[in-house]
Design a protein around this ligand. Structure first.
Ligand code: HEM
Length: 526
């Protein structure tokens, strides 16, 4: 009996001890877990092999924005075998692009960068390192300087005037034009002029530049630069090229290379001829290719390789055309849909510039309402809705999460620009909001980032902004815009199509009716 009771006491003691040990262990683990941050932020559970790839819809920025409503403004996803982070708030954008800017300055390896952009030899896709720093320095300090932008001001004006006159002639009699084609052609002519000021010596280059094949190649390049190639996320599928993207990339790359090489050969030939005849051409405005080819080696012996030069020419062509063209098309669409805003913009133009002369680039600083219309367009329709993906060069901690090196981040500018916590009635097109909330576009306000922020911020911002504001001003002042046939403004489709830049799904078609006298426009060319 005594022995039995002794046994029960021992069993009880073991139970109590075990329970106490489990309890203490639980408390310890809880405490430890509180101290050790989670490795990655929350996100949808990935499937084997594909991860969360199937959650990406036609417009990845919209899919990410919807998922962020559930998982929060800092979310992780697995695309194939790659962990990606999605930032959907100004607070986390600041953490990545400012607080941890040094860590998040690289770019991931993607097939389009390898195949279309000379193995990432251009600025926008180059990984972080001394070649990127070098090329970017030349781009900002020697190529796109304020002086050079001023040198090409007259050329820009003539190109815009010519396109405006052609469009007005085409619309005479009430015919509608595809506004996107008009603006794209205008901007392409401007950037080609900056690369090839004297035109080409080679008939082949000239013919290709003006051909439909060139337009098609450029359109293909834009589409291909923006695609999600499955092989970049599921490595073993890469060799099968299931979507056929890589095959198309190789074809487009070969055509564009012939064109760019043609421009370079042309310049070299011209420089040789000039040397032979000892021509100084003092009044000649050097184009960007002249500057790259004739700049002396740096003191440390560095210079741009031919591949890097061609990469930079691609940066100018792709950065300088669709980004601005899409923004202008969105702005015009919003203004047609919002007669109140259009009326105010026209009132400003009439009172500050009048109707006796065509508006000029130098008028833009005196047109604050027009500037706010452009800001509001960038807010609702950022043409780089996910910017360009950044990659981390080392491990970092963001929001308490430990993010390993070589992680990829998409900053969802589209979601940030529509965040109801930051913007009142975020879906309304209301430029007056900037009277209350002053925002600049230099990457200091993290709720408005159309050009990005930090070390990778767009180096073509000044040219982009100048083009958008001045061309929009001309199109508004010189033309009254009408929708064709019976189309009502409520019927204007404002949906987006996928691609490198976020363009309208359906092109804006409209009739441009003269608002200024023919004489006024013609005299502007003198
Ligand atoms: C409305 C006009 C434009 C918009 C909205 C725009 C927007 C952007 C955005 C969002 C980025 C990515 C920033 C990042 O990843 O952090 C970018 C990068 C870049 N843009 Fe633009 N851009 C415009 C015009 C231009 C122009 C005119 C050029 C050149 C002529 C240009 C050249 C570049 C280059 C080279 C980069 C890559 C920078 C780097 O990776 O270091 N952009 N742009």
């Amino acid at each position: 009996m005594e022995e039995g009771r002794g046994h029960s006491v021992i069993v009880l003691q073991v139970w109590v001890f075990t329970a106490a040990a489990i309890f203490v262990g639980f408390l310890l683990i809880r405490k430890l877990r509180a101290r050790i941050p989670n490795r990655l932020p929350p996100g949808p559970t990935p499937w084997p092999v594909v991860g969360n790839l199937l959650l990406l819809g036609r417009l990845p920025h919209v899919s990410f924005a919807k998922l962020a409503e559930r998982y929060g403004p800092f979310m992780s996803m697995r695309l194939g075998s790659i962990d990606v982070l999605i930032v959907s708030s100004a607070k986390y954008a600041e953490e990545v692009l400012k607080t941890n800017d040094r860590v998040w300055t690289s770019r991931p390896r993607l097939s389009q960068n390898e195949l279309l952009l000379y193995g990432s030899s251009n600025i926008s896709s180059s990984p972080y390192g001394h070649r990127w720093r070098y090329a970017r320095k030349i781009f900002t300090l020697e190529l796109l300087t304020s002086k050079r932008l001023a040198d090409f001001q007259e050329s820009r004006r003539m190109i815009v005037l010519r396109a405006l006159n052609a469009m007005l002639d085409e619309c005479a009699g009430g015919r509608a034009v595809r506004v996107d084609l008009v603006i794209r052609k205008m901007l392409m002519t401007i950037v080609i002029k900056m690369l090839m000021n004297k035109g080409s010596l080679s008939a082949r280059v000239e013919a290709f530049k003006d051909s439909d094949d060139f337009q098609q190649t450029i359109r293909d390049m834009f589409e291909l630069l923006g695609v999600f190639n499955v092989g970049d996320y599921i490595a073993w599928l890469d060799r099968f090229d299931l979507q056929g993207y890589k095959r198309r990339m190789r074809i487009a790359a070969q055509k564009i290379d012939e064109f760019l090489q043609g421009i370079i050969d042309d310049h070299l030939e011209r420089h040789k001829l000039r040397k032979q005849i000892g021509d100084k051409e003092e009044d000649y405005v050097q184009d960007l290719v002249d500057v790259m080819l004739t700049r002396p080696r740096d003191v440390d012996g560095q210079s741009l390789t031919i591949e890097e030069m061609k990469g930079i020419m691609e940066d100018v062509i792709f950065g300088g055309t669709d980004t601005s063209a899409d923004t202008i098309e969105w702005a015009l669409s919003e203004l047609i849909r919002n007669p109140r805003v259009l009326h105010k913009a026209l009132e400003e133009l009439d009172s500050k510039v009048g109707r006796e002369r065509l508006v000029e680039e130098s008028d833009v600083p005196n047109l604050p309402y027009l500037q706010d219309v452009v800001k509001e367009t960038f807010r609702l329709h950022p043409v780089g809705p996910l910017m360009i993906p950044h990659e981390s060069t080392e491990a970092s901690t963001i929001g308490g999460y430990e993010i390993p090196a070589k992680s990829r981040v998409f900053v969802n500018v589209y979601a940030i620009h529509r965040d109801p916590g930051r913007w009142e009635k975020p879906l309304d097109f209301y430029p007056e909001r900037f009277l209350k909330q002053d925002k600049d576009l230099s990457g200091n306000d993290f709720d408005l980032l159309p050009f990005g922020s930090g070390r990778r911020m767009c180096p073509g911002k000044n040219l982009g902004l100048l083009s958008v504001q001045s061309i929009l001003a001309v199109l508004l002042q010189a033309c009254e815009w009408r929708l064709p046939g019976e189309q009502r403004i409520e019927d204007l489709d404002m949906s987006e199509r996928p691609g490198l830049t976020m363009a309208r799904k359906t092109s804006l078609e409209a009739v441009a009716v003269r608002r200024l006298g023919k004489q006024v426009i013609d005299n502007s060319g003198n």
